[in-house]
Design a protein around this ligand. Structure first.
Ligand SMILES: NC(=O)C1=CN([C@@H]2O[C@H](COP(=O)(O)OP(=O)(O)OC[C@H]3O[C@@H](n4cnc5c(N)ncnc54)[C@H](O)[C@@H]3O)[C@@H](O)[C@H]2O)C=CC1
Ligand SMILES: O=P(O)(O)OC[C@H]1O[C@](O)(CO)[C@@H](O)[C@@H]1O
Length: 384
């Protein structure tokens, strides 16, 4: 079985590559980082170590790599692949859609048989459907109808914390021991092999929202509060009892929404929250608040981990008081090396917080949730 994986970064090597290799796939990584590509090519392997006391590690062997700019070679790899996976960042899916479309056209033109499965392992709701749309925009109508029969874009939810790495070996990647990879059973090619360690579910939306509104909402809550309070890492931030309480409050709020919307069992969900908070406290992971808070415009967008649960909660009669505070802290994230944080600060300066909040969240001025965001923003920025 052959897989082509776009994005040989932290999650690509530390999670997706590892599980695919264990399941018997040979993996060809496609990346635009020359150093990573040439090292993977030279060695054909890399090390994954666990963020635990014993720091156990495993070798991932039999991998190859291509630079994403070597388009003809990427197309050749897609021609013979059973599976394409991605972990490049949801906003970058458009930059790989072209070569994937060309690979699919090549398969169709040369009557290469066998189904091709495509799984976009990004932190977003229905990222594979988004990638499908971007790929189909680049295909002829005839190719689209052929692709309908042979190419299966399968939605997924991926969960494993893999921070920015700082090893002497640039390929080594340290990951937390926990992982969850859930795949929508309905999007599977008939008779396709299952990936060992992944779970296959029928109602993916509830799992994606459970993960996005708990792991990712809680994580960015810790990140933005940590940043505002001068902490460097999530672990340090979570050791501050006042912040830990606020993370818990926001997760109780999203928990009420998830229980009401998806009928989750409250007791089980409470345990899920406890597990997530203990993952954030892992002392063997050094995860910077600026990594977890990265790309605040994406995180503030209407379908992401903050605004989507806030508006859904509001619609179900739950006041998103704590979520609104996290939104306000995201608007206060002024890290100068983050391009999106810089854009947000420039917008606030240019048009004021009321309009800027409406612009980034899509929540109009005058909406009760907008009022709540402004209330928190003003409280947080009040001189002491
Ligand atoms: N790191 C984590 O803990 C988790 C990350 N994710 C998601 O996985 C995705 C990747 O995140 P990370 O691995 O943390 O980021 P990363 O920055 O470590 O890896 C992204 C990789 O994609 C490569 N890339 C960029 N443009 C490309 C292109 N056009 N073609 C091929 N490769 C390209 C980059 O060079 C980099 O190696 C994001 O969507 C993130 O939200 C999901 C769950 C966990
Ligand atoms: O990768 P993103 O979407 O920028 O957000 C960072 C988040 O993703 C993760 O990397 C993995 O879920 C978390 O560490 C964090 O919640």
């Amino acid at each position: 079985m052959r897989a082509v994986h776009f994005g040989a970064g932290n999650i690509g090597r530390g999670f997706i590559g590892l599980l695919l290799s264990r399941s018997g796939y040979t993996i060809c990584f496609v990346d635009v980082n020359d150093k990573v590509v040439s090292l993977l090519r030279q060695r054909g392997s890399y090390t994954v170590s666990l963020a635990t006391e014993s720091h156990e590690s495993v070798e991932v062997n039999g991998v190859s790599a291509i630079n994403g700019n070597e388009v003809a070679q990427v197309i050749q790899q897609i021609a013979s692949a059973d599976l394409i996976t991605t972990a490049v960042g949801v906003n970058l899916l458009g930059s790989i859609a072209d070569v994937i479309a060309r690979g699919i056209e090549h398969r169709i033109k040369n009557s290469l048989s066998g189904p091709l499965q495509v799984i976009a392992c990004e932190n977003a709701i229905h990222a594979s459907s988004l990638l499908k749309k971007q790929v189909y925009e680049r295909l002829s109508r005839e190719a689209c109808s052929k692709a309908d029969e042979a190419v299966f874009f399968t939605n997924t939810a991926v969960d494993r914390i893999v921070p920015i790495q700082s090893h002497d070996d640039p390929l080594e990647v340290t990951v937390e021991p926990f992982y969850e990879w859930l795949i929508d059973r309905r999007g599977m090619p008939p008779g396709a092999a299952q990936i060992q360690g992944a779970g296959y579910v029928d109602q993916l939306e509830s799992y994606i929202e459970r993960k996005l509104f708990t792991v990712n909402t809680g994580h960015c809550c810790a990140a933005y509060l940590g940043y505002l309070n001068g902490y460097a890492t999530i672990h340090e931030t979570m050791a501050d009892p006042a912040i830990s309480i606020q993370v818990r409050q926001v997760l109780e709020e999203t928990g009420s929404l998830l229980v009401k919307k998806h009928g989750l069992n409250l007791q089980e969900h409470t345990q899920y929250i406890q597990k997530i908070m203990s993952r954030f406290r892992n002392a063997y992971l050094s995860d910077g608040v600026v990594r977890v808070g990265r790309s605040p415009i994406r995180k503030l967008s209407p379908n992401d981990r903050l605004v989507r649960p806030a508006l859904q909660a509001f619609q179900l009669g739950i006041e998103p008081y704590h979520l609104s505070r996290v939104i306000a802290t995201a608007l206060l994230f002024d890290y100068s090396s983050d391009e999106e944080a810089v854009q947000i600060q420039a917008k606030i300066k240019a048009v004021g917080i009321h309009q800027a909040a409406a612009h980034f969240t899509g929540i109009p001025i005058g909406h009760p949730v907008h009022d709540l965001i402004i209330h928190h923003y003003e409280t947080l920025t009040q001189p002491i």
